[in-house]
Design a protein around this ligand. Structure first.
Ligand code: ASP
Ligand code: MG
Length: 402
């Protein structure tokens, strides 16, 4: 079997953890498998490197940022190679340049285009464990790129796809994917399996177990993933095409506090206004999420939408500059809001799910500010201070606990 094993920063945070990972990889290797290991930077290394960069230049060039951040993963793979050597097992560490993991040139958010597998295959053929840097790539100028925060998961899935691996295991410091964040809901239950689509919704809604793009990629290439802990041997959560035979209506509750609500008020109630607003935002690369438009009264209406917190400044700038174009009377920014969502593939075929969610919120006396739905998700925007309570009330209402 060819196994790709990816370990996150917490799993390689110090010497003991590095040896722990080395031993786990060696177990698979000694059982006769080909083992490819993908590593993130140790512990909080990437955060520290970002702080360092900002202390030098708060507008550091993106190319230099990537050159710096890629160092974190290189430290991990080199140290892992040393640990395996100490344990007497042949291994080789490789960075993105040595493998040749080709990406486009969008520094800080590069997309993988192609991975050369020759070097990896050759090393595996020599019965070595191959240890590869996550998160980084190389562009057509032979410059170092990075895939964006959390990007090592994507590296692992891309490698699994390119190598036609038999298994792709993503190791982290939690046992798998839960019905809710166990820090918010202590009796949340670990899901034995979850579908790609559900996982995608969960990831984008703040359950940060897997990098979104890794799940997209896994779905595209049919790479089955297992999310599990590097600190125990508990069974993890399998992420695959379609989940469970006996479908749960709701698989999980997720919350996301990285949201702000912006309202543009008193715009004229005529065709083309929404187009102008969202076209302007799109041109400025601002991602808008939930949109709400009020019923027009007296010739005017209000348009409200959510953006990520770090886009607030840019959004306000766009609005200020375009008040006339948008025919807006005023605008309002609320930063203390959060999204709370339920996710479940079985939702579409079961009426009353939304009602049940809203009932739970009303039981908690929690006011809903916005609502949005998709086939497998219902999201509400609530005041940030209510977010955790909302998650608990909803989790209870759907009896998701153990
Ligand atoms: N080290 C990178 C980060 O912290 C990539 C990763 O951990 O996946 O974002
Ligand atoms: Mg991660």
């Amino acid at each position: 079997m060819l196994i790709v094993k990816k370990f996150g920063g917490s799993s390689v945070a110090d010497k003991d953890r590095i040896y722990n990972v080395a031993r786990r990889c060696i177990e698979d290797y000694q059982a006769g498998n080909d083992v490819v290991v993908v590593l993130s930077a140790m512990g909080k290394t990437t955060d520290k490197l970002i702080d360092l960069a900002h202390s030098i230049n708060s507008h550091a060039p993106k190319r230099e940022m990537d050159m710096l951040l890629a160092v974190g993963e290189q430290i991990s793979v080199a140290c892992m190679g040393m640990a395996m050597h100490e344990l007497g097992v042949p291994s080789v560490s490789l960075n993105a340049f040595q493998v040749q993991m080709h990406t486009n040139s969008t520094y800080g958010a590069a997309k993988l285009k192609r991975i050369d597998t020759e070097r990896i295959r050759n090393e595996l053929a020599m019965r070595k464990i191959v240890i590869i840097t996550g998160f980084q790539g190389v562009n057509k100028f032979d410059d170092v790129t990075t895939l964006g925060r959390g990007g090592s998961d994507t590296t692992a899935v891309a490698l699994a796809a390119a190598l036609h691996a038999d298994a792709c295991e993503i190791y982290t410091d939690v046992d798998g994917v839960y019905t809710a964040d166990p820090r918010i809901v202590p009796n949340a239950r670990k899901l034995p399996e979850v579908s790609y689509s559900e996982m995608l919704e969960m990831a984008s809604l703040g359950a940060k177990v897997l990098h979104n793009r890794s799940v997209e990629l896994a779905k595209k290439y049919g790479v089955q993933l297992v999310v599990r802990s590097s600190l125990n041997y508990n069974e993890g959560t399998v992420v695959k095409e379609s989940a469970k035979m006996e479908k749960m209506i709701v698989s999980g509750v997720a919350s996301d506090k990285n949201v702000a609500r912006i309202s543009v008020m008193g715009v004229s109630n005529e065709p083309g206004i929404a187009f102008k607003v969202f076209n302007c935002l799109a041109k400025n690369k601002i991602n808008v999420d939930i949109i709400l438009q009020s019923v027009g009264r007296g010739g005017t209406k209000d348009i409200a939408f959510t953006v990520a917190k770090n886009d607030v400044e840019a959004t306000v700038e766009v609005i200020k500059e375009n008040m006339d174009v948008f025919t807006a009377e005023s605008y309002e920014v609320e930063e203390d809001v959060a999204k709370v969502s339920i996710i479940g593939a079985g939702m579409t075929s079961n009426p009353g799910v939304a009602a049940k969610m809203f009932e739970a919120l009303s039981t908690g006396g929690i006011n809903i500010k916005m609502i949005s739905t998709s086939e497998i998700r219902i999201t509400v925007v609530v005041d940030a201070y209510n977010a955790d309570r909302a998650v608990r009330y909803i989790h209870d209402a759907f009896a998701l606990a153990e």
